[in-house]
Design a protein around this ligand. Sequence first.
Ligand code: PLP
Length: 362
Amino acid sequence: MAHVKLHIPGPVEVSEKTFKAFCRPMIGHRGQGFKDLYAAIQPQLQQLLYTKQLVYVSTSSAWGVMEGSIRNLVHKKVLNCMCGAFSDKWFDVSKKCGKEAEALQVPWGSPIRAEQIDAKLATGQFDALTLIHNETSTGVMSPLAEIAALKKKYPDVMFIVDAVSSLSATKIEFDALGIDVLLAGTQKAFALPPGAAVFAASPAALAKAATTKDRGYYFDFVEFQKNAEQSMTPSTPSISHVYALQSKLEDIFAEGLEARFARHTKLVGMTHAWAAKHGFTLFPEPGYTSVTLTCVNNGAKPGGRTVDVAKLQKLVKDRGFLIDGGYGKIKGTTFRLSNMGDETEASMNNLYAALDEAMKQL
Ligand SMILES: *Cc1c(COP(=O)(O)O)cnc(C)c1O
């Protein structure tokens, strides 16, 4: 069967080069070969996250580290900032971990704003917050720098940031922002196969984790740090993912970080233009659109054109491309087009051509 190219916002298309790396022969995870591999990619990971902290590789999907952050860092009460399916779910996860949690919910399509967080943290009830930088379900990017600036005012609050669909596509300076945890899964902006995550923790987060009694084992931040100091992971990692990550980091630094960021900005602008050309509006509030995907409004909000999304998806799929038909409660009333990973102007133009053809048949 012919491969249908992925333009859904995760997992995204994986290159031949990455797959070749992924399929390299196994090595022992406690041997020098693995240590050399992990040590070799560490400086590039640190450059990518703009940090001096060790960057950990967890071969779980992103949720493992998202849950782990709650287990390691929440003693009192966590503020879950919610603006879409993934960020909303983090609130449930907090409660499932047995933590006191409060929802800071904004309507889907809106970003989380610093003032809203400030007002909540001013109550003094919270010792942690969770934020999704790029809410993949709505295509909204929240103003991370403004929010992170609050850390100075609330130094004892752990700022836990999910950048699953934005890390490596836009600049996120972990140390300079002063946040406590930054995490990303590999199947989104990194364009690796699903099943791994990278993350970093601040010295304050590590110190706090060390005092947390019920932080568990598999996502124990203290274990990650101890092992990373020896260029190892706490348990047997998916070594294939580490090979793939090494290959991807080669690509990222060959392109250059700034060029990579600019490419994503340019491509998402092309998708916005495609949507406008067909009379669609966008779902996110203006000024807060993602750089890695476009969530097209298809009746979820007043204004703009609407189409039969299931039919559009089918017509586009027949032309070899998989697009997303909307996530959670905005399924069908939005649809999403991804430009994350290895996409180029040429590859995006192929997608728009297929979409144009499909639109003629609707
Ligand atoms: C996809 C996604 C997740 C969940 O990732 P899993 O790989 O399913 O664990 C979390 N946060 C965001 C923003 C995502 O896009």
